[in-house]
Ligand binder design. Structure first.
Ligand code: LMR
Length: 422
């Protein structure tokens, strides 16, 4: 059997990082993975995180042993993150939802861990079909495929430098109709939504378009899975950027979203905690008919999540969770965190602006419309390949470029090389 195992293709993002590391060219530039770098090319530890680390190491009451965390995560982390997402992020309705006991919440191994647990839970109990934007994070389909999903399909998202809303919605309506007619498939499908800073295009629907999208997917009984990996990187304000969650929770009829709403969230990007793998999954349950608390349903779901996590990786790591809970518990640290996010986004916007000035393309998408860590260049795979082979500049094949790899020292080299391959 072993001899028959085929070689898997290299990861479309991290595989390139490997290639980059082995490239001997001294002028090489890594614009692949979504990791924030400062102008000196370093991955900075946020000031808020440094301060929290200092406290964790020096204040005796905060010093902890290295024993296991509970399966569903650090108790204080759970409490603080729940509060941050639902009280701070959605003050109009979040507290009521928490009071009604309608959130099943677990600490996860960052956003990928949250998506994996979601996929495993849904495929065990509710659905094994998902519709993903036709351009999406390279790992999305992979996560669902490897966690029990049998049907993965794509909805139109982007064409000719724009979001194709009409095609997107028509596609959803058509496939739901065909599904019912042809397969009499009674199981609902899931739909993957990027909460903000769509990866890779950096283009998000407007607030009004979101209303239309959410109404359609609610009417079609699709299950929303919201990937919130870049909260804060759109506006520089983490709370402002949870607008999609607010929209989903605030609208009255959505409290009947009967198979739940799945929020997969991560502190990798917005706290720079990439390697610590710290994030969360919140499953927001529908309101019970009687208006009573949803405790027993929530407890059943919690118990299933526990079993899934126990079988996958037993329990999450502790250090990142302690940093996050400390930052969210202390006003000064939290204020500093907000400033850190703003500083990161200011630099990304500055790089974006410089790039648009230096490239001065008329035919290429207005890059100032895009948000987040990336610039979606619209370069073809052949042009991307030439950038790599001729200039040792590494982008993902879809033409996505990680802005923070650009700094004062390499910006001219990068822009001249891009103009050269056009
Ligand atoms: C990216 O898209 O580059 C990031 O989400 C990092 C990753 O794990 O792929």
């Amino acid at each position: 059997y072993m001899a028959k195992i085929p070689q898997a293709p290299p990861d479309r993002i991290l595989g390139l990082v490997n290639q980059f590391m082995n490239d001997p060219n001294p002028s090489k530039v890594d614009l692949t993975v979504g990791v924030y770098r400062d102008n000196a090319g370093n991955v900075p530890t946020f000031k808020s995180v440094q301060n929290a680390q200092h406290l964790l190491h020096t204040v005796p009451s905060l010093r902890k042993d290295l024993s296991y965390l509970p399966i569903i995560g650090h108790p204080n982390y759970r409490n603080k993150v729940l509060n941050f997402l639902f009280h701070d992020g959605c003050p109009e309705i979040g507290p009521e939802i928490i009071y009604q006991d309608r959130v099943s919440f677990v600490q996860t191994l960052s956003g990928t861990g949250a998506l994996s647990v979601t996929a495993r839970f849904l495929s065990n109990f509710i659905s094994d079909s998902i519709i993903i934007p036709q351009l999406s994070w390279a790992n999305h389909a992979n996560v669902f495929k490897n966690n029990g999903f049998r049907n993965i399909s794509y909805y139109p998202y982007y064409s000719n430098e724009k979001i194709v809303l009409k095609d997107w919605l028509n596609h959803l309506i058509n496939i739901q109709k065909t599904d019912r007619e042809v397969t009499s498939n009674s199981k609902p499908s899931c739909i993957l939504l990027h909460a903000c800073c769509h990866n890779p295009t950096g283009l998000d629907p407007t607030k009004e378009q979101w209303d239309q999208i959410l109404d359609t997917i609610y009417d079609l009984n699709l299950i929303p899975i919201i990937d919130m990996a870049y909260q804060g990187l759109e506006s520089g304000d983490v709370l402002k950027d949870s607008y999609l969650l607010r929209k989903v929770l605030n609208k009255k009829r959505y409290k009947n979203w009967k198979n739940g709403i799945y929020l997969c969230q991560s502190f990798a990007k917005n706290m720079g905690l990439y390697g610590e793998r710290v994030g969360s999954l919140s499953i927001i349950l529908p309101e019970t008919n009687s208006g009573n608390k949803s405790t027993s349903i929530r407890e059943n779901i919690d118990s299933q999540l526990k079993q899934i996590i126990r079988s996958m990786y037993s329990s999450p790591p502790g250090y990142g969770a302690r940093i996050v809970s400390l930052i969210l518990s202390d006003k000064d640290l939290k204020d500093q965190w907000f400033l850190d996010v703003k500083e990161m986004v200011d630099r990304l916007n500055d790089v974006r602006y410089k790039l648009s000035q230096k490239l001065n393309w008329n035919s290429i998408i207005d890059l100032n419309q895009q948000h987040g860590m990336f610039y979606f260049t619209n370069l073809s795979p052949i042009q991307v390949e030439r950038l790599k082979n001729q200039f040792a500049i590494y982008l993902t094949t879809d033409g996505r470029l990680s802005l923070s790899g650009i700094n004062d020292l390499n910006v001219d080299y990068i822009c001249n090389s891009i103009l050269n391959v056009l």
